[in-house]
Design a binder for this molecule. Structure first.
Ligand SMILES: Nc1nc2c(ncn2[C@@H]2O[C@H](COP(=O)(O)OP(=O)(O)OP(=O)(O)O)[C@@H](O)[C@H]2O)c(=O)[nH]1
Ligand SMILES: [Mg+2]
Length: 409
C-alpha cells in the first residue's frame, strides 16, 4: 500500500445508503398532452413530483454525506481539529488512542528538550547553574537516539506505515533515564532564556505545556488526558478519512499531511468536495519554513491558500478559513514581537485586533473570484470550548451553502 492511499478510520463511522433518483419523465409527457383540467392536475402532480425530487436530492445529499477536506501547511493544527471532532462527535472520543499517545507525549518531551539544548549551544547562551552541565551531555545523546524513535514515522491511523517505534519498554526506560536531566535543565535560567528568545528554533508549540507537567507525565500510571492528546504532536503522513455525524448531517472528513513533500498526495481527493477548511497558523508570522528556511512560514501559507482558493475544482466549494493558534499569536504580540518586522508592508498598530484584520485581509486578497465567499474564523484549536462553538457555526454555513449550490435554496 502506498503512502497516498487512504487510511479509513471508521470507528466513528455510520453506514450511508445512497438512493438512486426516480425517472418521472414519461408520466409528465403523457399528462401534458391532455385537456385543460388534465393540465391542472398535471401541474399539481408536477409540483408534487418536483417536491419529491427535491426531497430525494436533499436526502441523497444528507445520506451521501458532505465531503470536507482539511488542508493547510504542516503544523497549522489540522489533526488537532480532527481530534476535537472525535472528542465532540465521535462515539469513543480519544479513548482508543490513549496508549499510543503516552509514548508520543514522552517522545515529544525528549525532542523538545533536545531542541532547546542544541539551540542554547548554537546561540552561545550559558547555563545558569554549573551543576547542570552534566545533564547537557545526557540530553545531547538524544539527538541520535531519537532518530530511532522518529515520531514522524508513526501512522497511528494507518497500519500500512511502518512504525519505527516497536519497543515500548526501551522508550519508557529512555524517558525515565532522561527525566532528572530534563527537569533540572527546564528549571535553569539559561534554557528558559533560550525558550523565550530563540524564536527561530523549530520547537514544538506544546513544549512548555509538557515540560511544566513532567512530574505527572513521568508517573508509572500516567495515562494522557484529552488535553495532553490535543497538545501532542505527530506529523500526518497519510491521508485519513473520518466519518462523523454532526447534528444529523453525515460528514466525510479528510485530514492530510501538510509538509511540502506530501502535498502531491492531496490531489486524488479533490473531486466532488463540498467544503474545505483551510488552516493557517497566525503565530507563524515570525517563523521560517521548516523545509525551506529562507521562506517565511505565513507567506508560504498565503501562497498555498492562493493555489487552493483559486483551484478550478473548488469553484463552488465552500471555503472556510481557520486562522489558528491565536493564543500563541497573542502571546508573541504581548512579548513585544513586531508584525511589521516580518511583514514590512504592515504599517498599523501592533495590537491583536489590527494585526488579525491585516492578516485576514492578506488571505482574502488571494481569492481571484470576487463572488467567492470565504468564511474566516480566528481559532484556538486546542481549546475544546472554542472549537465546539466554531464547529456548530461551520456546520450551519456548510449546510446552507450546500443546499444553495444544489439549487434547493
Ligand atoms: N497553542 C496551540 N497549539 C496548537 C493549536 N493548534 C494546534 N496546536 C498544536 O500544534 C501542533 C501541531 O498541530 P497538528 O494538528 O499536528 O498540525 P497538522 O496541521 O496536522 O500538521 P501535519 O500533520 O504535519 O500537516 C500540535 O502540538 C498541536 O497541539 C492552537 O490553536 N494553539
Ligand atoms: Mg496532521
Amino acid at each position: 500500500m502506498e503512502l497516498s492511499q487512504l487510511s479509513r478510520d471508521d470507528h466513528d463511522s455510520s453506514h450511508n445508503e445512497h438512493s438512486s433518483p426516480v425517472d418521472h419523465a414519461p408520466l409528465l409527457t403523457n399528462l401534458f398532452t391532455g385537456s385543460r383540467s388534465d393540465q391542472k392536475k398535471a401541474k399539481a402532480l408536477s409540483d408534487a413530483i418536483d417536491k419529491s425530487l427535491r426531497a430525494d436530492k436533499e436526502r441523497q445529499q444528507r445520506e451521501g454525506g458532505i465531503k470536507l477536506l482539511i488542508l493547510g501547511p504542516s503544523e497549522t493544527g489540522k489533526t488537532t481539529v480532527l481530534k476535537q471532532l472525535k472528542l465532540l462527535y465521535g462515539r469513543r472520543g480519544l479513548d482508543s488512542e490513549r496508549q499510543t499517545f503516552r509514548r508520543i507525549v514522552h517522545l515529544n518531551v525528549m525532542k523538545a528538550m533536545q531542541t532547546l539544548v542544541s539551540g542554547m549551544e548554537a546561540a552561545h547562551i550559558r547555563l545558569e547553574k554549573q551543576e547542570n552541565e552534566q545533564h547537557l551531555e545526557t540530553v545531547l545523546r538524544l539527538e541520535s537516539l531519537l532518530k530511532r524513535y522518529s515520531i514522524s514515522s508513526i501512522g497511528f491511523t494507518n497500519p500500512a506505515i511502518p512504525r519505527k517505534i516497536t519497543d515500548a519498554k526501551a522508550e519508557t526506560d529512555l524517558f525515565e533515564e532522561m527525566v532528572p536531566a530534563i527537569k533540572a535543565l527546564w528549571a535553569d535560567a539559561g534554557i528558559q532564556q533560550t525558550y523565550r528568545t530563540c524564536t527561530q528554533l523549530s520547537i514544538q508549540d506544546s513544549a512548555s505545556y509538557f515540560l511544566d507537567a513532567i512530574d505527572r507525565l513521568a508517573r508509572p500510571d500516567y495515562v494522557p488526558s484529552d488535553g495532553d492528546i490535543l497538545q501532542a504532536r505527530v506529523r500526518t503522513l497519510a491521508v485519513t478519512e473520518h466519518v462523523f455525524n454532526i447534528d444529523n448531517v453525515a460528514y466525510r472528513i479528510y485530514d492530510v499531511g501538510g509538509q511540502k513533500s506530501l502535498r502531491k498526495y492531496w490531489a486524488p481527493y479533490f473531486d466532488d468536495v463540498n467544503a474545505i477548511i483551510f488552516m493557517g497558523a497566525l503565530s507563524a508570522y515570525d517563523q521560517p519554513c521548516e523545509d525551506e528556511p529562507r521562506l517565511n512560514r505565513l507567506q508560504e501559507c498565503l501562497v498555498l491558500f492562493n493555489h487552493i482558493a483559486n483551484h478550478k475544482l473548488f469553484a463552488v466549494t465552500s471555503m472556510i478559513l481557520f486562522l489558528n493558534k491565536i493564543d500563541i499569536f497573542q502571546r508573541k504580540l504581548d512579548a513585544g514581537s513586531l508584525v511589521n518586522k516580518h511583514f514590512p508592508e504592515y504599517r498599523g498598530p501592533n495590537d491583536y485586533y489590527s494585526t488579525t484584520v491585516f492578516f485576514q485581509y492578506r488571505f482574502l486578497q488571494q481569492v481571484k473570484d470576487l463572488n467567492k465567499q470565504v468564511y474566516t474564523h480566528f481559532t484556538h484549536a486546542t481549546d475544546t470550548n472554542q472549537m465546539r462553538v466554531i464547529v456548530v457555526a461551520v456546520n450551519a454555513i456548510v449546510q446552507r451553502l450546500n443546499l444553495s449550490n444544489s439549487g434547493l435554496m
